[in-house]
Each structure stands twice: as structure tokens, then as C-alpha cells.
Design a protein around this ligand. Sequence first.
Ligand SMILES: CC(C)(COP(=O)(O)OP(=O)(O)OC[C@H]1O[C@@H](n2cnc3c(N)ncnc32)[C@H](O)[C@@H]1OP(=O)(O)O)[C@@H](O)C(=O)NCCC(=O)NCCS
Length: 400
Amino acid sequence: MSGFIVRSIDPDEREECLALWCTAFPHTSRAYFERYFYGDTEYDPHYTRVGVLEGRLVSCVQIVRRVVTVGEARLTAACIANVSTLPQFTGRGYNRACLESALNVISKDTFDFSILGTGIPNYYAKFGWAQVGLPVISGQLRDVAMPPDTKLRQARFSDVEQMMAAYTLTYQRVPLSVVRSRSYWRGWLEFSEGANPDMWYVAETPAGEFLGYVRAEKDDESSKSSLDIYEAASLRPFDANLVSRLFRAAAEYTGCDDGVTCNIHVPPTSAVAHAAATLLLGLKGSHGGGMMFRIVNNDNLLMALLPEINDRWVEAGRPSVDLAIENPDGPPLSLTTDDHGLRLQLVSQPQNMVIPQASAFQLLFGLEEPSAVQLPTGTEAARALLSARCRGTYLTADDF
Ligand SMILES: CC(C)(COP(=O)(O)OP(=O)(O)OC[C@H]1O[C@@H](n2cnc3c(N)ncnc32)[C@H](O)[C@@H]1OP(=O)(O)O)[C@@H](O)C(=O)NCCC(=O)NCCS
């Protein structure tokens, strides 16, 4: 690869980089990509790894830094985005070099794990990412009508303070939800003065009191319409009644009729599952989203979650534990007990079967019903120890 190097982007190369992204992803708007440089407070030039051939940007990998919640813990995610090579330069190993450079940057920073969304999972599997589906509840809408005492309207900039408060209250302990600052709402989610944020709706009482918000989209492009509900939150207790009221209002407001397929991407807590059962016929759960997860920096992830895991271990009566979890960068991570309590270490020869990364992530972030997570024989103890306290997901508004 003579004449080719990978390095951080220079600030004056941002235009060239935007052009590269727009060429590699011709169906995505330039405004979408501009957010990475100009709408993300976490941005650092170090996070844009560019492959340069004789002075020209030909390949790129972007790292997006996001802090997510898991119960009481906060984890830092390295989100991989804008993986691209100019079409005339593909197949020469340029993107592999950028991805390896990104992993190197991640390993020197304070990241706990990495995530990405893709339609080409085989590409990333080579580099250690594992596929993990996000939970979806689907069914056919029934009895669509605006709930009594409820009004829905498009959200506007002036709603942002209440929406932020509702989001924080509803998602503060939900696994994998992004910690959203005020500038994140304005920059990344595009709640800026004069903007009419697409897909976001505010529910109010007839007196104009804020009930909550829903992020939803009706898709009329295919021959059969469908409704996707991506997010909902409230300042009131987020129980099945309220959830069902918000979802039903979204279905009516977006013009859905009975029988339209509805996909709910909100974390499937018991309130959401209950509400779905009243709103939908032919209910079924599935997994989608094309997400992949990867452990980075060896034991950072489990180290950050150790207080949570320790609480569960104490609740379970301090059973003896000997678990090993797959680590793409080296020896498996082992979680064992001795006289001093729980111990986390890297072991070259684990005594037990190794739990695949995908199963560990499903449990840690509540992405699957714990009883449905596949575990190798002899690692059953992981279910009680690693399972999040409630179901989680990565909300699509936070896509990168
Ligand atoms: C995907 C893309 C980034 C690959 O870039 P590239 O510079 O050609 O990649 P490389 O030459 O470094 O290939 C690295 C490895 O991935 C493999 N690979 C390349 N494209 C692949 C694909 N679409 N699916 C699976 N594997 C792929 C290569 O065979 C190579 O394997 P090897 O190292 O084991 O020989 C490039 O084709 C592109 O920009 N595509 C359009 C945008 C896109 O879809 N990006 C991914 C979004 S998730």
C-alpha cells in the first residue's frame, strides 16, 4: 500500500470527507453527515480516521462517542459510523487499515464497548464485532381512535425542555439508553429554533398540559402501510395505561387504520408489553436492527458493571461462580469468586466453557428475555448474574 497512510483528519479536510461519505452513501443527504462534524459536542478530529492516498482522502471510519446507562452505571460506547471507501479504490485493504486504526484509537481512549449498525455483518465479524438483534414487538393495530382527553400535535422547539425531562425520567435506568445533554437534543436530535422535528409528537390534555411524547413514523411507501413506534416518554408514571394512550394517539394522529402492521421498538418493559397486548392483534416478538457489539479494552465493560453484578451476586446469596466471557482482543474475561468476593481477571486457559460476546451483551443490556439467551452448558449462573434489571434497547433517534 505504497503512498497510503491512515491518520486523524485535518480540520480543513472536512469538506473533502463529507464528499467522500456522500459518494460512498449516495442515498444519504449531506445534511445527515454534517451533524458528525458540526452537531456533535463529543466530536474530536482524532475520531475521524482517514485513509489518505498521495494526499487524497480515499477511505474513512468515524468513531462517535456516546455515554449510555445501565442501571446505576454509565458506560462509554465507541459507535462506528461512516465506514467508507471511494468506489474506485475499494478492494485494496484501505478500509481494513482505517478500521484497525479506529480500534487502536478506541483502545487508547476510555471506551467500554463498541457498537455499530450494518447490512454487511460479515465485514465486521472479521474484526471481532458480534451480531445482536434489538427487540421489536409487532402486530396489527385494532380499535384505532384518539384516546379520550388526549390531543397530539407535532413537537416544536419550545417543547424541548419538557421532552428532555420526560426522557431523563423514563429512560434513566433503561439499559443502553444514551445520556442526552441539552446540546445533544439541539445538535444531534435537531431540536433547534425554527425546526419542525420530524416524527416527534407531543401528547397533551385538552387543557394543554404536557402528557408525554412519542416518536413514530407511518410508512406508506410499500403497498402495505405500517407504523413504527420508536420512542415514548412521560413525566408521569410510565405504566401500561399511559403507554397505551400515547401509542394509540400516535396511531390515530398518523392516519393508521385498524389492521395496519405496527412495530414497537421501545424497550419491551412489562408496561410496554401490556400496552402492546391491548393495542395489537397477532402479537409477536422478534429481533432486528442490524446491530453489532464488541468488547474493547479487555475488562473495562465488566469493571464498570461490577458494582451492579456484585449486588445481584449478594442478592443471590453469594453463590460460587466461575464464568468466562469471550474477548476478541485476547484471553477470555473470567468472573470468579474467592474468599474476598467476586473477582474479574483475564485467563488464558478458562476452566469453563466461554460465553460468546453476543449472549453476554444480550444479558447485560436486557436485549432478550434472560431465559431465552443461549448459554453454553455449565455457564447457567451467568443468567442471574449478568442480566440487566429491566429490558433495554438502543433507541433509533440516537442512531449514528
Ligand atoms: C464496505 C467498504 C467500506 C469496504 O471498503 P474496502 O476499502 O473495499 O475494504 P477492504 O479492501 O479494506 O476490505 C477489507 C476486507 O473486507 C472484505 N469486504 C469488503 N467489502 C465487503 C462487503 N461488502 N461485505 C463483506 N466483506 C467485505 C474484503 O474482502 C476484505 O477482506 P480480507 O481483508 O479478509 O481480504 C466499501 O465497499 C464501501 O465504502 N462501501 C459502500 C459504503 C458501505 O456500505 N459501508 C459500510 C456501511 S456498514
